[in-house]
Design a protein around this ligand. Structure first.
Ligand code: NAD
Ligand code: IPM
Ligand code: MN
Length: 353
């Protein structure tokens, strides 16, 4: 019997609602599989934890998490309790960095039965590969002077290693898909990092002669995500561009509540972390209406990551059957609860046994 030891961090807000739902789904997947079990260990790291302990996780927190096969996270952030830059850098970004989860993979795929806000969605199926460790999210910079002379400096950091790693990941992924990589650039306006990004893209492309490539400035690319998303296969982007593009991807799917993500440690030295694209959604906490699809689709990515692609596909099929039958939450125009959607997915999985 294969056992996967998973650290679960529901975190804040609706993370506490959608993570238990997705864990129930994963247990059902394991039953259906027959040869797989999950052992989840819950970690309370969150803004509430911070209020009690003055830190987002204990000193040995990373060491404890390192014992798991993967991490399953909900969302972090409750700005009413803790400023976002403290909570996020103390937990989410800390884990991404210290566990060298240098790639963030974020699918955006049209779901059946869901009205895309686009007039012509044309069955798009995009993978955003986001560089996840550096770029615009750097701690290099500072604030000097005060008052009207104050200056804030935020440096971007682009290393050849991390840039190349993200691009290779994108090309490898495209080789298994439709064979196209689009690079998100801005080398017309940003004079050091982006021309460098383009150069690395060109170098990496040379070793993948069977993959078609193009590059688009991020502003035009954002527009194409809306006007013609089906032209894209894999899109590789820097940390900030990838963050924004993946929310556009979520938007064209119909809701930020359905988009999944995986933070991947490519060398296998540390656990990878699976979390949806959305945040803690403070405006809908406790109403029972949070869309669990993003977290459940994220569970599919966790299955794929551990070599359970067949079960991953079954789970995605069931998610699609559920949306097709319009068992959906209010963000997608439905009136079902978190629990209704979860039950529907679980029942459909059980029916496959
Ligand atoms: P958000 O994703 O939490 O919410 C944006 C909007 O989308 C809200 O109206 C919310 O109700 C809606 N929404 C999000 N997820 C939904 C779901 N599953 N079902 C239905 N509706 C959903 O983004 P925000 O408001 O910018 O951020 C809120 C907090 O979450 C902040 O503290 C932010 O820093 C944090 N955040 C964390 C993560 C993460 O942990 N990965 C990601 C994004 C934001
Ligand atoms: C995400 C989030 C985070 C990011 C924030 C909360 C720091 O938006 O996971 O997409 O920008 O990476
Ligand atoms: Mn984001």
């Amino acid at each position: 019997m294969k056992k996967l030891k998973i650290a679960s961090i529901p975190g804040d807000g609706i993370g506490k609602e959608v993570v238990p739902a997705a864990i129930d789904v994963l247990h059902t997947v394991a039953e259906l599989h027959g040869g797989l079990t999950f052992e989840f260990t819950d970690f309370p790291y969150s803004c509430e934890y911070y209020l009690e302990h003055g830190v987002m996780m204990p000193e040995d927190g990373m060491k404890r998490l390192s014992d798991f096969d993967s991490i399953f996270l909900g969302a972090v952030g409750d700005a009413n309790l803790v400023p976002d830059h403290i909570s996020l850098w103390g937990l989410l970004i800390k884990i991404r960095r210290e566990f060298e989860q240098t790639i963030n993979v974020r699918p955006a795929k049209q779901l059946p039965g869901i009205q895309s806000p686009l007039v012509n969605p044309n069955d798009f199926d995009i993978m955003v590969v986001r560089e996840n460790s550096e770029g615009e999210y750097s701690s290099v910079g500072g604030r000097i002077y005060r008052g009207e002379d104050e200056i804030a400096i935020q440096n971007n950091v682009f290393s050849r290693k991390a840039t190349e790693r993200a691009m290779r990941f994108a090309f490898d992924l495209a080789s298994k898909r439709k064979g196209r990589v689009t690079s998100a650039t801005k080398s017309n306006g940003i004079v050091y990092s982006m021309p460098f990004w383009d150069e690395v893209f060109k170098d990496v492309a040379e070793s993948y002669p069977n993959v078609k490539t193009d590059q688009q400035h991020i502003d035009a690319l954002a527009a194409f995500f809306v006007t013609n998303p089906s032209r894209f296969d894999v899109v590789v982007a820097s940390n900030l561009f990838g963050d924004i593009l993946s929310d556009i991807g979520a938007g064209i799917m119909g809701s930020i509540g359905v988009a999944p993500a995986g933070n991947i440690n490519v060398n296998g030295k540390y656990p990878s972390m699976f979390e949806p694209v959305h945040g803690s959604a403070p405006d809908i906490i406790g109403k029972g209406i949070a869309n669990p699809v993003g977290q459940i689709w994220t569970a599919k990515m966790l299955l794929d990551h551990h070599g359970e692609e067949e079960m991953g596909q079954v789970l995605l099929d069931v998610i699609e059957e559920t949306t097709k039958n319009r068992i959906i939450t209010s963000d997608l125009g439905g009136s079902h609860s978190t629990q209704d959607v979860t039950n529907e997915i679980i029942n459909r999985l059980k029916a496959k046994a």
